[in-house]
Every structure is written in structure tokens, then in C-alpha cells.
Design a protein around this ligand. Structure first.
Ligand code: S3P
Length: 424
């Protein structure tokens, strides 16, 4: 395990680009693998999760070449993998690939690290099985990875998501490409829309209504894709610049599509000085005094990955911030409810957890945040949230398990070094 120590009392000054969006990168590789003609992907995430997906599509038969300028060329072809495919820490990788391979006539074993082996897979096993897939999971109820998927002919279904999850929606939509008849997925709360948008761009017949999407089976003609910066990574710098006095920071060329910018709205309600330039995708943040807000269960999926860093904003704010409908956070890379509670204790902020509700009482300003040691619990977003809290707080913060940042943002530590200066 690698630990880093971040000195506090810093502010954020300058500009940077974050890695390509992780969700879009996974999908770009998978959709390209399903096509026949070569296509290019620019700006692919360099995090380990996406590297695993790249290796997975290669193992399944696609050819992937990385050019000098980082442009990736994929020549599709899915024929089946020889051995088990290891998706590492990636929930998106394992769940979407399960849907992708379910209708091919070969057997695939999908596996991952210790965290992945504890995360619920019944949420994809259930709808895919309803479509006719054969999936054998592990664990007492067969609902955990590794998953062995014996390809079968699939039929289209109509499915209402029992949890607000873009991963589940996407697994079903990818399986739908090889099913007989159309498949419709209904959502009660909207989640990120990358899969439906990217399948439509790839020429797939698809209809969207307010809270449902229908996909018809058919060939995929993947276009070239340019992956913009990941808003979930931008959120770390945005919160840092909001709470550290004397900051003025620009994150450039960020993806600003539906169900991904929820954290900007939440911070705006808290009083943050953030300007989004839609023509450039730049997010410009100046320091401001924050106060608590209420994040409802309906808006949570739009900022689900940003809750760890929003918790840092809430800890520095004046008053109470309440997050409702937090159940899904317990089954992320770690139990993020428990991990956030641990981090808040180190920061000296108040924390109350009541079923599906998390209430944080802020200390009023960044300089009053406490410091000490936070364990990432192997979770990249917890590691980065704790590091930002350390940079803006008064003491020095040690983040254990910092190597988890490689999952999505290998250059995070370097960026932190270059984007912070000692506060005047
Ligand atoms: C993702 C969806 C979200 C998110 C994850 C990426 C995706 O998970 O937390 O980091 O790319 O579809 P759920 O759909 O399980 O909420």
C-alpha cells in the first residue's frame, strides 16, 4: 500500500485537463469491438479500469492499437476469449461486458479484484436471465463475480430498473443488440445516458422517451469518438477551488452531458462561484463561502460518484448538508457511506447516518478542517476526496491506499502538486 501526505493551507490556481471520461471510454471500446470497420477513439481514459476493458475487448477478438498521440484504433470482432477476463476494480467493465457477451455463442468468464467479488451482480443477472441468458455466479446465492456466461439466443424484454443504475440499463441494452425483438428499459429516476446516445450514434435503431429507452437488435457501425474530460474527476478540483480561499481554477474541455453535472448544481445551491462555459466545456471556479443544502434521492444518481468530494465541500460549509437515498453508495468500490463517515471524523465535521440519509454538519470554513490519516479502503474516489480535504485543511493529511487513484486518474498526485500553491 502506498501512502501520501498532503500539506494543508493551500489554494488552487491555474488550469488543467482531466483524463477522458471513464464511462464514455468503456462504452467507446465496447461498441467499437462490436463493429466491423476500424474506428478511432481520441482522449480515452488512461485509468486502470479502462485499460482492463481494453484488454477485455482484445481478449474477445477485437484489435486495439494505440498510436503515438494516444489515439486508439479499434478494429472490431467478437469471437470469444480463451481464459477468464479480469476486470480489476471495474464495476462498469464487468457489468456491461456481461450484457455484451450474453447473446454470443461462446462461454465467457468475467472476474475482478476482491472489491468486485463483493459487489452485487444479481442486478444484471436477473434481467439478462429473463432475456434467456445463462449466467452462473459465485457465492451462496450465485450473485457474485466470477460470472460464467454461456452464450444463448436472447429475447427482447420490457424491464423496469429496480435500482437507479446506468450500469444495469447498459448491460440490458448491450444484450438487446443480439436479442430477438425489441427491448425496453424503464427508469424511475434518470441515470447517465451514454449507452443510448452512443448506440444511436453507431446506427442502432433506438427510441427514447422521458424515462425509457427501446433498442432493436442489429448491426453496430461505430463512429470515431472523441472522449471529453471526465466531470467526475473535474469535481475534485472544483470543490478544492470552491473551499480554499484565494482560488481561481479552470478545468478544461469537460463532458457536460445529462446526469453528470449534478455536482455543479449542488455546489451552486451551496453558494459556489462556478461558471460553466458550454462552448469550451471549461469549468471556472473561484473560492466562495459555502452553506449546507439538501440533495434529494431523485438528484443523487446525477452526482452519485461525486458524493465523497461533495462530502468534503459539506464538511467545509456552514450548516447542515443532507444527502437522501444514499443506499447505492454502500455497494460502490467500497461502502462509501462508512468510508465518508470515517473521513468526516478525521476532518472534525459532524456526521449522522439514518437509514438512507447522510447528514453532514460543516465546520464553516476550509481552514477549520481537521487532519490526520484517512484510509482509501482501496477506493479511488475516497483517496482523491481525502487528498483534496488535506490540501485545503489546516494540518497535513496522510492518505493510505493512495494507489487506488490509478483506477481512474493515474496523474492525480502530479496534478495536485502542480495546481496547488501555498495560500498567501
Ligand atoms: C457508471 C454508472 C454508475 C457510476 C459508475 C459508472 C457507468 O454506477 O457509479 O462509476 O459508467 O454506467 P451505477 O450505474 O451502478 O450507479
Amino acid at each position: 500500500m502506498t501512502a501520501i501526505t498532503v500539506e494543508g493551507s493551500r489554494n488552487f490556481f491555474g488550469r488543467l485537463q482531466v483524463p477522458g471520461d471513464k464511462s464514455i471510454s468503456h462504452r467507446a471500446l465496447m461498441i467499437a469491438a462490436l463493429g466491423r470497420r476500424p474506428c478511432t477513439i481520441t482522449g480515452l481514459s488512461n485509468g486502470d479500469d479502462v485499460v482492463r476493458t481494453r484488454r477485455a475487448v482484445e481478449a474477445l477478438g477485437a484489435q486495439v492499437e494505440v498510436g503515438e498521440s494516444g489515439v486508439v484504433t479499434v478494429t472490431g470482432g467478437v469471437r470469444g476469449a480463451r481464459g477468464p477476463i479480469d476486470l480489476g476494480n471495474s464495476g462498469t467493465g464487468i457489468r456491461l461486458l456481461a450484457g455484451l457477451v450474453a447473446g454470443f455463442d461462446f462461454t465467457t468468464t468475467l472476474d475482478g479484484d476482491a472489491s468486485i467479488r463483493q459487489r452485487p451482480m444479481d442486478r444484471i443477472i436477473d434481467p439478462l436471465t429473463e432475456m434467456g441468458a445463462s449466467i452462473k455466479g459465485s457465492g451462496e446465492n450465485g450473485s457474485l463475480a466470477p460470472l460464467t456466461i454461456e452464450g444463448r439466443p436472447l429475447r427482447g424484454i420490457e424491464y423496469t430498473l429496480p435500482v437507479a443504475s446506468a450500469q444495469v440499463k447498459s448491460a440490458v441494452l448491450l444484450a438487446a443488440l443480439r436479442a430477438e425483438g425489441p427491448t425496453t428499459v424503464h427508469e424511475t429516476v434518470p441515470t447517465r445516458t451514454h449507452t443510448e446516445e452512443m448506440l444511436a450514434d453507431a446506427g442502432v435503431r433506438l427510441e427514447r422517451e422521458a424515462c425509457s429507452v427501446t433498442v432493436w437488435p442489429g448491426e453496430v457501425e461505430p463512429p470515431d469518438v472523441e472522449v471529453l474530460g471526465d466531470p467526475s474527476q473535474a469535481a475534485f478540483w472544483v470543490v478544492g477551488a470552491c473551499v480554499a480561499p484565494g482560488s481561481h481554477f479552470i478545468v478544461e474541455n469537460v463532458y457536460l452531458g445529462p446526469a453528470r453535472g449534478g455536482f455543479i448544481e449542488v455546489l451552486g445551491r451551496m453558494g459556489a462561484d462556478i461558471t460553466v462555459e458550454s462552448s469550451t466545456g471549461n469549468i471556472v471556479t473561484r473560492s466562495s463561502e459555502l452553506e449546507g443544502t439538501r440533495v434529494t434521492a431523485e438528484e443523487l444518481p446525477g452526482c452519485i460518484d461525486e458524493v465523497p468530494i461533495l462530502a468534503v465541500a459539506a464538511a467545509a460549509a456552514e450548516g447542515d448538508t443532507v444527502f437522501e437515498g444514499i443506499g447505492e453508495l454502500r455497494v460502490k468500490e467500497t461502502d462509501r457511506v462508512a468510508a465518508i463517515a470515517e473521513m468526516l471524523a478525521v476532518l472534525g465535521a459532524g456526521c449522522r447516518i439514518d437509514d438512507d440519509m447522510l447528514a453532514i454538519t460543516g465546520v464553516g470554513r476550509a481552514e477549520a478542517l481537521g487532519s490526520g490519516t484517512v484510509d482509501s479502503r482501496g477506493d479511488h474516489r475516497m483517496a482523491m476526496a481525502a487528498a483534496i480535504a488535506g490540501a485545503v485543511g489546516r494540518g497535513s493529511m496522510t492518505v493510505e491506499g493512495f494507489e487506488a487513484t490509478n483506477t481512474s486518474y493515474p496523474s492525480f498526485a502530479r496534478n495536485l502538486e502542480h495546481s496547488t500553491v501555498w495560500a498567501p
